[in-house]
Every structure is written in structure tokens, then in C-alpha cells.
Design a protein around this ligand. Structure first.
Ligand code: NAP
Length: 310
């Protein structure tokens, strides 16, 4: 049975909307890009464009769903308004600037009977599901996460990322936590953390976390935004059956039997999941990665380090 495409709006035409959302939407027949919302005067050729969400709701074409690709600090009021208007909502990661606002959104969505999808793109990286399956039933001895990238390369001029709620180095780091909390069979909690804040910034540039799972397995996370040269997005899990290594943000999986490298399928996977959730009338809002980040700010030691300028 063929179904009418889901008429989708995208708000916030920045790096991620252009690099990933628009191509993934265009490639998925379950969706039709029906509108864009942006503070910029123009959107995409041939797609109705609105200056803000209120204008879309008041004057726009009929819409079934919206993907919010703005920075996290402005996402709550947009999501709450979209839910009120009966739209299904796709939240970019992190789903909010606070944990409590995400919980509040979930309750608004449930009360309105609309789908809310708190997306975690790294969970859809090609190696992640096979890693989760391989780890199920194994004894895990130790986990090490090394997430070291050059902020000047990946986040040039993104002022929001350095402001309160922008998460700093946890903006990429939360991707590692989204994988960790998905592939480990047991719940993970934060033990202690050290966060390094540049003297002139409100968000950390580096962090060192000690976590554990409920079986006591030690988990160490090394996050740094000052990495020049080779970049690392690695998760290494030592088990009773040997070592698992997820590299390149989850795309490349190495097990004792060998390495699997696959094409990038993260955003196609997210949109397939969003369509399934909408068709089934379900929500998917997992706050576990944001919980660990919030706990790091709650519990971590803070060190002031040298100023950072773009
Ligand atoms: P970005 O390039 O700075 O784009 C964000 C867009 O949001 C801006 O272009 C702007 O679009 C809109 N926006 C900014 N401030 C706003 C405000 N006050 N009110 C309304 N709209 C506002 O950032 P990005 O890299 O695309 O990141 C956006 C989100 O996606 C973040 O949560 C980030 O963590 C996530 N993400 C980013 C990446 C990545 O590689 N960059 C990867 C995965 C997920 P308009 O000018 O069109 O209004």
C-alpha cells in the first residue's frame, strides 16, 4: 500500500541542514520537503520559505512534520509551538539545552498525541548496530573513548557552541555518549569529570570523564577540541572475547575477526526511523546521553585554561 509522503518543514538552514538533512530527505520517498524556515531571506529553489515558525503555521502550506536544525538553545520554544500545532517533531542532537526541557517536551508530545524524535545520528553509523549485537552477552572489561578533533576545522565561527547550553566539546562528545549508551548492555553513570574552560568562553574545550556501568566496568572518556593533525573518534571495548574498536565516529568496526568499513548511512537511517515512528504513532526520546553531559557539568571539576579564539 502506498502512502502519501509526509510533508516536512526544516527550520534552521545551517551546516547540518545543508550537508545532511536536505540530501537525506530528497533520497527518501516517505518525505516531501514542503517548506523551509530561516532567518535568511531565501531558502531552497522551489520550496516555500518562511521567516519564522509562526509565519509558516499562519500562512504556509499544510505540513505534517518539522525537523529543527537550529542550535539547542532555541529549540524548546520552537518544538513546543510545533507540537501545539499538531506537528511531528524531529530534534537535532542534543535534543535541548537542558535535560528538564526535553522531559517537558516529551510530556507535551504525549499529551498532544504527536511523534517526538530526539535524534542521535551517531547511533545510525554503520558499525554501531553490529557492535551492539556483538557486545550482547559478552563480559566487558574496560571501555576507552578518545574523541579528539580540531574545533577550528569542524565548528568555525559557531558562536552558539561556546555559549551556555552550547555544550562546547560535549557537542561532538555527546555523539560518543550516544553510541556508548546504546551499545553497552548495562546502564552507564558518571563517577567524576574534569572540564577545561578557556578563560574567555562559557563552554569547555576539553574534558576527562570517568564513568562506569552497573557491573562496575571502568569507562574512560578523553575529549579534546585542540587536536590538530589526525583526528580521533574512537571507542575501544575490551571483552572476554577480545577487542572491539569503533573508529571514525562509529562508521568502521573492527572485531577480532576483521574490519568492516561501510558507507555513511547516518541521516538516511534517521529519516527512515522518523518515518517509522510517525507511521506507528510513537515517540523516541532517549535522554541518556544528555544526562551524562548534564552530570559532567553538575559534578565535574573546572579548570580555567588559556583563551580560545577562532
Ligand atoms: P549552524 O551551522 O550554526 O546552523 C544552525 C542554524 O540554526 C543557523 O544557520 C540558523 O539558520 C539557525 N539559528 C541559529 N541561531 C538561531 C536562533 N537564535 N533562532 C533561530 N534559528 C537560529 O549549526 P549546525 O552545525 O548546523 O548545528 C545545528 C544543530 O545540529 C546543533 O544542535 C548541532 O549539534 C547539530 N549537528 C551538527 C553537526 C555538524 O557537523 N555541524 C552534525 C550533527 C548535528 P537560519 O540562519 O537559517 O535561521
Amino acid at each position: 500500500m502506498s502512502m502519501a509522503p509526509i510533508r516536512l518543514a526544516v527550520q534552521g538552514i545551517g551546516k547540518i541542514a545543508r550537508d545532511q538533512h536536505f540530501p537525506a530527505i530528497a533520497a527518501n520517498p516517505a518525505f516531501r520537503l514542503a517548506a523551509t524556515v530561516s532567518r535568511q531571506p531565501a531558502g531552497l529553489d522551489g520550496v516555500p520559505h518562511f521567516s519564522d515558525l509562526e509565519a509558516l503555521i499562519a500562512q504556509g502550506p499544510a505540513i505534517d512534520a518539522i525537523a529543527l536544525c537550529t542550535p539547542p538553545q532555541v529549540r524548546y520554544p520552537l518544538a513546543a509551538r510545533a507540537i501545539e500545532a499538531g506537528l511531528r517533531v524531529f530534534l537535532e542532537k542534543p535534543p535541548g539545552a537542558t535535560l528538564s526541557e526535553v522531559v517537558a517536551l516529551r510530556s507535551l508530545a504525549d499529551a498532544a498525541g504527536v511523534t517526538l524524535f530526539a535524534s542521535w545520528h551517531s547511533r545510525y553509523a554503520a558499525g554501531v548496530e553490529p557492535a551492539r549485537q556483538w557486545l550482547a552477552g559478552r563480559r566487558i572489561e574496560k571501555v576507552s573513548i578518545i574523541w579528539r578533533e580540531d574545533v577550528r576545522v569542524w565548528h568555525p565561527g559557531q558562536d552558539w557552541i561556546w555559549q551556555p547550553g552550547g555544550l562546547g566539546v560535549f557537542d561532538p562528545g555527546i555523539n560518543a555518549l550516544s553510541i556508548l549508551t546504546h551499545i553497552l548492555p548495562e546502564p552507564v553513570y558518571l563517577k567524576d569529570a574534569t572540564l577545561q574552560f578557556p578563560q574567555n568562553r562559557a563552554a569547555p574545550i576539553a574534558a576527562d570523564l570517568h564513568l562506569a556501568d552497573t557491573l562496575g566496568t571502568p569507562i574512560h572518556m578523553d575529549l579534546d577540541w585542540r587536536q590538530t593533525g589526525p583526528q580521533s573518534w574512537d571507542i575501544i571495548v575490551e571483552t572476554d572475547a577480545g577487542r572491539l574498536h569503533l573508529a571514525k565516529g562509529g562508521a568502521v568496526l573492527t572485531l577480532p575477526a576483521g574490519t568492516q568499513e561501510n558507507p555513511d548511512i547516518e541521516y538516511p537511517g534517521l529519516y527512515a526511523r522518523f518515518a517509522d515512528l510517525i507511521r506507528a504513532g510513537l515517540s523516541d526520546v532517549d535522554t541518556a546521553p544528555l544526562c551524562i553531559v548534564a552530570d559532567s557539568f553538575l559534578r565535574g571539576n573546572r579548570k580555567t585554561v588559556e583563551p580560545f579564539d577562532d
